[in-house]
Design a protein around this ligand. Structure first.
Ligand code: ZN
Length: 404
């Protein structure tokens, strides 16, 4: 007999029942976040256990968020699977179908005992955070807390400060728990721990790492929100401090350090994409030097991902990425920060492949800023960035026309 269970650490099961070797499963869901441009449904990820109480393997059809007949228009090519006697999740090619957001169907042969099934790589985030801490301290960083979450967990920052007057570079991750993108900051901490001893190229900058901006979400395995159901990547501004203390503390920290560069990491997990940056139009900045450096950074991140730098993105882009309620938009308009909002690794390349990509990108950014950005200072600004208003207005207009 096959049963479905979600009673284990890291589970993302809403409910599950089995009828004649067909398992019907519902995802554990977050509320949908009303964004500035569109609504954001992050109910995409599953992680559950199938238990076979018999002595022989059984073929099971899994229907997640769907029935066993409906049409699905995309392929689901792999899953991450672990049997009870294995230590690690192993990527297994499958011949599944999906319809996004949130519908999946596939068949698996379930061996006797417990099998853990997931469409992302389940990781122990506390273990990764510990590894980041170890590397950061070795690299000369201080660990500080910048405030507490809804449930009272601390938001940790690792600060590499050489000279308080030097400009800051800010890297963060950990908005959306199943993406486990804090491995990106682990990669950066690794580079910095090696650099500390022999390389002077970070002497011009202070560096701040925030590995988990959403600690409550990670603790509860939400799909992408804090515990009040707010996906504060997409709704960073516009929440009360009670609803989303996380964004308030992070913004206060930004106002304190005024970073000249900001980068935020995410990860694709099962989707049919390749790693890529979400580039913003360079001419959104109101100073020539910044536009020039933004263009350089955009191109170099695209190149590291083997993605074309799309010239159209200088003028036209998915407008949601420059919506006014995003942290990156706030940084551009209030402080003139160069940004890479939402850089996406792809976990299909595993942890090592993804970390290698991040290391290359990080070194490139450091090289570009060391060569030409040493004299950049944040503005105490602005609030009236005309270029932003024009570019956002234009992109929003096109978006509205295309939507009709
Ligand atoms: Zn994300």
């Amino acid at each position: 007999m096959i049963t479905i269970d979600g009673d284990f650490k890291g589970s993302m099961l809403g409910s599950g029942r089995v009828e004649k070797n067909v398992a019907f499963i519902e995802l554990k869901k977050d509320p949908i976040t009303i964004g500035y441009i569109e609504d954001h449904d992050y109910n995409l990820h599953f992680h559950f256990m199938a238990r076979n109480d018999g002595d022989v393997p059984v073929n099971v059809k899994f229907c997640i968020g769907c029935n066993d007949k409906e049409d699905m228009n995309q392929d689901l090519g792999w899953l991450w699977i672990r049997n009870e006697d294995q230590e690690k999740y192993i990527k297994e090619e499958i011949d599944g179908r999906m319809l996004l957001p949130g519908k999946y169907r596939f068949e698996l042969r379930i061996a006797p005992g417990s099998t853990f099934i997931s469409n992302y790589i389940p990781m122990d985030h506390e273990e990764i955070l510990e590894s980041i801490r170890e590397k950061a301290l070795k690299g000369g960083a201080n660990e500080i807390s910048i405030g507490k979450t809804v449930e009272g967990r601390e938001i940790k920052v690792f600060e590499y400060v050489k000279d308080k007057g030097s400009p800051y570079l800010l890297f963060l991750s950990g908005f959306h728990p199943p993406e486990n993108d804090l491995i990106a900051l682990e990669a950066i901490a690794e580079v910095l721990s090696e650099m500390n001893l022999k390389d002077g190229s970070r002497d011009h900058f202070n560096i701040a790492l925030i590995p988990i901006v959403n600690p409550d979400g990670y603790f509860h395995n939400t799909q992408g929100s804090n515990t009040n159901g707010i996906n504060f990547y997409w709704k960073f501004f516009g929440n009360t401090k009670k609803e989303c203390p996380e964004s308030h503390h992070i913004w206060n920290y930004c106002k304190r350090i005024k970073p000249i560069f900001y980068m935020d990491f995410h990860a694709f997990t099962f989707q049919g994409f390749e790693p890529r940056p979400y580039n913003i139009p360079p001419f959104i900045h109101d100073k020539k030097k910044r536009s020039y450096l933004q263009l350089k950074i955009n191109r170099s991140l695209s190149k590291e991902c083997d993605a074309d730098y799309q010239w159209t993105h200088r003028f036209l882009l998915p407008v949601k990425i420059i919506a006014p309620n995003l942290i990156s938009t706030g940084l551009i308009n209030e402080m003139g920060t160069l940004v890479s909002p939402k850089f996406h690794m792809h976990l299909k390349y595993g942890m090592d492949g993804s970390k290698d990509l991040v290391k290359r990108c990080f070194k490139e950014i450091l090289r570009i800023l060391t060569d030409e950005g040493k004299d950049l200072r944040s503005d105490n600004k602005i609030g009236s960035n005309i270029r932003y208003k024009v570019i956002f207005g234009f992109n929003k207009l096109i978006y509205d026309i295309m939507k009709k």
